[in-house]
Write a protein of this length. Sequence first.
Length: 113
Amino acid sequence: MASGKVCLLAALCFFVILTNFIGNTQSASCCLRYTKRPLPCKRLTGYTIQNINTSCDIDAIVFHLEERFVCANPRMVWTQHRMKCVDQLQKQTNKQTNKQTNNTNKKTTTTVE
Protein backbone atom coordinates (compact mmCIF):
# COMPACT_ATOMS: atom_id res chain seq x y z
CA MET A 1 0.00 0.00 0.00
CA ALA A 2 2.87 2.36 0.77
CA SER A 3 4.37 1.85 -2.70
CA GLY A 4 1.04 2.87 -4.27
CA LYS A 5 1.09 6.13 -2.31
CA VAL A 6 4.69 6.76 -3.33
CA CYS A 7 3.80 6.20 -7.00
CA LEU A 8 0.83 8.53 -6.71
CA LEU A 9 2.96 11.20 -5.02
CA ALA A 10 5.67 10.83 -7.69
CA ALA A 11 3.09 11.13 -10.49
CA LEU A 12 1.62 14.23 -8.86
CA CYS A 13 5.07 15.85 -8.52
CA PHE A 14 5.84 15.02 -12.15
CA PHE A 15 2.56 16.61 -13.27
CA VAL A 16 3.25 19.81 -11.29
CA ILE A 17 6.79 20.11 -12.70
CA LEU A 18 5.60 19.41 -16.25
CA THR A 19 2.81 21.99 -15.98
CA ASN A 20 5.25 24.65 -14.77
CA PHE A 21 7.69 23.83 -17.57
CA ILE A 22 5.02 24.08 -20.28
CA GLY A 23 3.79 27.40 -18.88
CA ASN A 24 7.31 28.84 -18.94
CA THR A 25 8.00 27.77 -22.51
CA GLN A 26 4.82 29.43 -23.78
CA SER A 27 5.75 32.78 -22.27
CA ALA A 28 9.23 32.55 -23.81
CA SER A 29 7.69 32.93 -27.28
CA CYS A 30 5.91 36.18 -26.39
CA CYS A 31 7.10 39.63 -27.38
CA LEU A 32 8.46 41.60 -24.45
CA ARG A 33 9.22 44.86 -26.27
CA TYR A 34 8.68 46.56 -29.64
CA THR A 35 11.10 47.52 -32.37
CA LYS A 36 11.52 51.25 -32.85
CA ARG A 37 12.47 51.04 -36.52
CA PRO A 38 9.89 50.60 -39.27
CA LEU A 39 10.52 47.51 -41.38
CA PRO A 40 10.58 47.53 -45.19
CA CYS A 41 7.52 45.76 -46.59
CA LYS A 42 9.50 43.85 -49.22
CA ARG A 43 11.37 41.94 -46.48
CA LEU A 44 8.20 40.78 -44.69
CA THR A 45 6.86 37.29 -45.34
CA GLY A 46 3.90 37.41 -42.95
CA TYR A 47 2.76 38.41 -39.49
CA THR A 48 1.06 37.03 -36.40
CA ILE A 49 -1.14 38.91 -33.93
CA GLN A 50 -0.17 38.50 -30.27
CA ASN A 51 -2.83 39.33 -27.68
CA ILE A 52 -2.63 39.79 -23.94
CA ASN A 53 -5.38 37.13 -23.78
CA THR A 54 -2.89 34.49 -24.98
CA SER A 55 -0.82 34.62 -21.75
CA CYS A 56 1.53 37.29 -23.11
CA ASP A 57 2.23 40.57 -21.32
CA ILE A 58 1.75 42.95 -24.27
CA ASP A 59 -0.29 43.18 -27.46
CA ALA A 60 2.00 43.01 -30.48
CA ILE A 61 2.23 42.32 -34.18
CA VAL A 62 4.96 39.75 -34.81
CA PHE A 63 6.33 40.34 -38.30
CA HIS A 64 7.89 37.33 -40.01
CA LEU A 65 11.10 37.90 -41.94
CA GLU A 66 13.08 35.17 -43.66
CA GLU A 67 15.69 35.06 -40.93
CA ARG A 68 13.82 36.15 -37.78
CA PHE A 69 10.72 37.55 -36.08
CA VAL A 70 10.29 41.21 -35.08
CA CYS A 71 7.74 42.58 -32.62
CA ALA A 72 5.93 45.84 -33.40
CA ASN A 73 3.44 48.03 -31.59
CA PRO A 74 -0.02 47.42 -33.13
CA ARG A 75 -1.03 51.03 -32.41
CA MET A 76 1.73 52.54 -34.56
CA VAL A 77 0.66 53.77 -37.99
CA TRP A 78 3.67 52.19 -39.72
CA THR A 79 2.76 48.80 -38.21
CA GLN A 80 -0.77 49.01 -39.60
CA HIS A 81 0.58 50.01 -43.03
CA ARG A 82 2.95 47.03 -43.07
CA MET A 83 0.11 44.68 -42.15
CA LYS A 84 -1.91 45.98 -45.13
CA CYS A 85 1.14 45.65 -47.34
CA VAL A 86 1.65 42.00 -46.32
CA ASP A 87 -2.07 41.29 -46.87
CA GLN A 88 -1.91 42.78 -50.39
CA LEU A 89 1.23 40.80 -51.26
CA GLN A 90 -0.43 37.59 -50.08
CA LYS A 91 -3.56 38.33 -52.16
CA GLN A 92 -1.40 38.86 -55.25
CA THR A 93 0.49 35.64 -54.57
CA ASN A 94 -2.79 33.73 -54.11
CA LYS A 95 -4.19 35.11 -57.40
CA GLN A 96 -1.04 34.06 -59.27
CA THR A 97 -1.14 30.60 -57.68
CA ASN A 98 -4.84 30.20 -58.58
CA LYS A 99 -4.18 31.25 -62.20
CA GLN A 100 -1.37 28.72 -62.51
CA THR A 101 -3.53 26.00 -60.96
CA ASN A 102 -6.44 26.79 -63.30
CA ASN A 103 -4.17 26.73 -66.35
CA THR A 104 -2.72 23.39 -65.29
CA ASN A 105 -6.16 21.87 -64.64
CA LYS A 106 -7.57 22.80 -68.07
CA LYS A 107 -7.78 19.82 -70.37
CA THR A 108 -6.58 20.20 -73.89
CA THR A 109 -8.11 18.08 -76.58
CA THR A 110 -6.64 17.50 -79.95
CA THR A 111 -8.67 16.16 -82.82
CA VAL A 112 -7.03 14.35 -85.66
CA GLU A 113 -8.81 14.49 -89.01
